[in-house]
Ligand binder design. Structure first.
Ligand code: IMP
Length: 186
């Protein structure tokens, strides 16, 4: 049986080689910085953090531990990429919000913004509910891959247009449980 999460130097998935890209330490250090920045900006408010499932579940959990003000959380679930490494160009809502977000301060939490399609779709959905404000935090952004006009307010890391896995990010639904992020080596 394959084993993962052993702090491997490299990870083979079939004949594709993935190499370490962002370590646990680098990610956690950035999470602490993001948490501090967001907490300071929302100190007088009661924001709702809205995670975009599935990918954001690990980042959201670690980010929230660095938020030191009162806040609430909720989740959206979008249909996934399928089993491919490239976007299908389609997004579908699978789980709606439970919270009433009218007049609330919303912070959307994404794992990665690639073309920007998902975040644009979510922003439009949220704006229909007339929140008081809306910002976006993403752990990763691929600037060279953006196709939609979206404003990302807090960015963990800007990364090249390469396929990454781990720390919530999947390849055909697997490898989300890796503690660090690996990139496809070409
Ligand atoms: P977008 O809608 O094109 O911005 O893509 C956003 C979604 O695509 C993310 O939430 C991920 O699920 C997925 N995605 C984009 N790039 C990668 C990657 O490099 N690895 C794994 N998933 C990715």
């Amino acid at each position: 049986m394959d084993s993962v999460n052993n702090n491997e130097k490299e990870l083979w998935i079939g004949d594709e080689k993935f190499i370490p890209f962002l370590s646990e330490e680098e990610i956690q250090k950035r999470n602490a910085e993001l948490g501090k920045e967001i907490s300071n900006e929302y100190r007088s408010k009661l924001p709702i953090f809205i995670g975009v499932l599935n990918g954001s579940f690990i980042f959201m959990s670690d980010l929230m531990k660095n938020i030191n003000i009162n806040c609430e959380i909720d989740f959206f679930k979008l249909s996934s990429y399928g089993d491919e490494k490239i976007s299908s160009g389609r997004v579908r809502l699978v789980k709606e919000l439970n919270a009433d977000i009218r007049d609330r301060h919303i912070i959307i939490v994404e794992d990665i913004v690639d073309t920007g399609l998902s975040i644009k779709y979510i922003e439009e959905l949220i704006m229909e509910h007339k929140p008081a404000s809306m910002k976006v935090v993403t752990l990763l952004l691929k600037p060279d891959s953006l196709k939609y006009d979206v404003k990302i307010d807090y960015i963990g890391f800007k990364i090249p247009n390469k396929f990454v896995i781990g720390y919530g990010l999947d390849y055909a639904q697997k490898y989300r449980n890796l503690r660090s992020i690996y990139v496809l080596s070409e």
